[in-house]
Design a protein around this ligand. Structure first.
Ligand code: AMP
Length: 231
């Protein structure tokens, strides 16, 4: 019998910490973090014809088409490292993508998915995104104290950069689109294994809360230790 793959869906506005938590969950569970934003940025950097078209969409804060992103996700989830599951960061963003994902997961024999919906107030998001920097090497995300001072990745020493679409105008557009789609997505998922997460707390606290929601069988030894610790 095949062990069902673990699929974790992270919903929430830009800057709500999905990427940070995806990294943590990935390290804890040994399954990859799949960020559609990262995949699209990699395509832009490749300089391909598709990448040039996508770059314009990202710069405007709009969403790429459902058709394109569904194809990107299909190709990624069929790769062997996703066989035991993955953490989806930034997908689905529309109900049409969510429906597509359900049918894709069925074809991949995945029946279990847990959904975490990160909540942060819009004013807090604009401030957070202004302080957000990313390592161009390992893609880790940092919230820097003082954005006017250069910062470096504590893993590989690379100079941290600001994402091109993390400017106030684009962020406002991204938030507007998020707000337009969020209600329908919540309606779609809320009767499932769906959890609202208050994402204004320290990343460590949020990570602990997420891990506590996961079925024990998903996490291996470390969760067993946690269960003993909290018993
Ligand atoms: P993110 O890194 O998740 O903030 O995504 C950056 C940008 O990539 C978004 O503003 C969109 O333009 C595009 N994008 C990422 N994921 C999706 C998606 N699921 N559907 C459509 N566009 C997406």
């Amino acid at each position: 019998m095949r062990i069902p793959a673990k699929v974790i869906i992270l919903l929430g506005p830009p800057g709500s910490g999905k990427g940070t938590q995806a990294f943590r969950l990935s390290a804890e569970l040994g399954i990859p973090a799949v960020s559609t934003g990262e995949m699209l940025r990699a395509e832009c950097q490749s300089g391909s014809t598709l990448g040039r078209a996508v770059k314009k969409v990202l710069a405007s804060g709009q969403l790429v088409s459902d058709r394109l992103i569904n194809q990107v996700v299909t190709n990624r989830l069929r790769q062997s490292d996703c066989l035991n599951g993955c953490i989806l960061d930034g997908y689905p963003r529309t109900v049409s993508q969510a429906r597509f994902l359900d049918s894709l997961l069925q074809t991949l024999n995945t029946t279990e998915a847990i959904i975490f919906d990160f909540e942060v107030q819009p004013e807090e998001i604009v401030a957070r995104v202004g302080r957000r920097r990313q390592c161009p090497q390992c893609s880790r995300i940092f919230g820097v104290q003082d954005p006017s001072v250069e910062s470096f990745c504590d893993r590989d020493g690379s100079r941290l950069v600001q994402r091109a679409d993390d400017n106030p105008t684009t962020v406002r557009e991204r938030l507007r689109l998020y707000a337009r789609n969020a209600g329908e997505l919540v309606d779609y998922y809320q009767l499932r294994d769906y959890h609202r997460i208050s994402a204004t707390r320290a990343p460590e606290q949020i990570a602990d809360e997420l891990l506590a929601f996961l079925p024990l069988r998903w996490s291996g030894a470390s969760s067993v230790e946690r269960a003993h610790a909290t018993a």
